[in-house]
Design a protein around this ligand. Structure first.
Ligand code: ADE
Length: 224
């Protein structure tokens, strides 16, 4: 998989992709993440990429020309399965959506800023608009980081323990059950006996019941 992220502040994302699982995923050849600075595609010598909104109103708008040049340059090199725009008015990100994106080949993610992008970018180039939640961030970079992270950890081979993504919260519409590690007794707070019993089938059943109970308490909507 290859993910191209288009942003006017790509530096925000550099260190994010240079650590931990995301770094290992790239080093292992499971994914290639390439950051692009919209300013590099500006059509003037001042490298401007935004302008006032026609019709007035507060806030600058990311112009279509630099973004069109960047997307077209990428599409001339390879085909992309989706051109995603991160925006608070997009479809809300869910695990199912992430699962299906993780099966794709190449993705472009466009990060918005200011008052957004010229509507014609959305009309002409974008195939999918995604929001990571009902709140407004100062740009789409954190949203692109969240979406990329959720996708990349699902790519086969990226997680050490292949089964661990399958037992995540949301994969089966249940929240994950509680987990414990050593010490077995922390200042009198002990680990449930069943987990120390070595009885695999009973432990699985306990985990399932805990997951259902936690989901019922915290996210009953998932059980509908
Ligand atoms: N850009 C700004 N806020 C956002 C959000 N909630 N989701 C996706 N992109 C955004």
């Amino acid at each position: 998989m290859r993910i191209d992220i288009i942003s006017c502040v790509p530096g925000l994302l550099e260190s994010f992709f240079a650590h931990s699982i995301l770094k290992r995923a790239q080093q292992g050849g499971y994914v290639e993440v390439v950051l692009h600075d919209i300013r590099d595609y500006s059509v003037n010598k001042h490298r401007t990429i935004d302008d006032y909104a026609f019709g007035g109103g507060a806030g600058m708008v990311l112009q279509i020309e630099p973004i069109a040049r960047c997307i077209r340059a990428l599409q001339a090199e390879r085909t992309y399965d989706e051109v995603i725009y991160l925006t608070p008015d997009g479809e809300q990100m869910q695990q199912k959506m992430v699962n299906s994106l993780s099966l794709k080949g190449n993705l472009i993610m466009l990060c918005g800023h200011y008052k957004g992008v010229d509507q014609r970018v959305r009309d002409l180039f974008i195939t999918k608009e995604i929001s990571i939640g009902d709140y407004v961030l100062s740009g789409g970079e954190l949203a692109a980081a969240v979406l990329s992270d959720a996708i990349i950890r699902l790519l086969p081979g990226v997680l050490n323990d292949e089964t661990s993504a399958l037992t995540d919260s949301f994969q089966d519409n249940l929240l994950a059950p509680p987990v414990y590690s050593r010490p077995a007794d922390f200042e009198g707070h002990t680990v449930p006996d069943i987990l120390m019993s070595g009885h695999e089938a009973k432990i699985e059943e306990w985990r399932y019941r805990q997951a259902v109970q936690r989901t019922r308490e915290r996210r009953p909507d998932l059980l509908d």
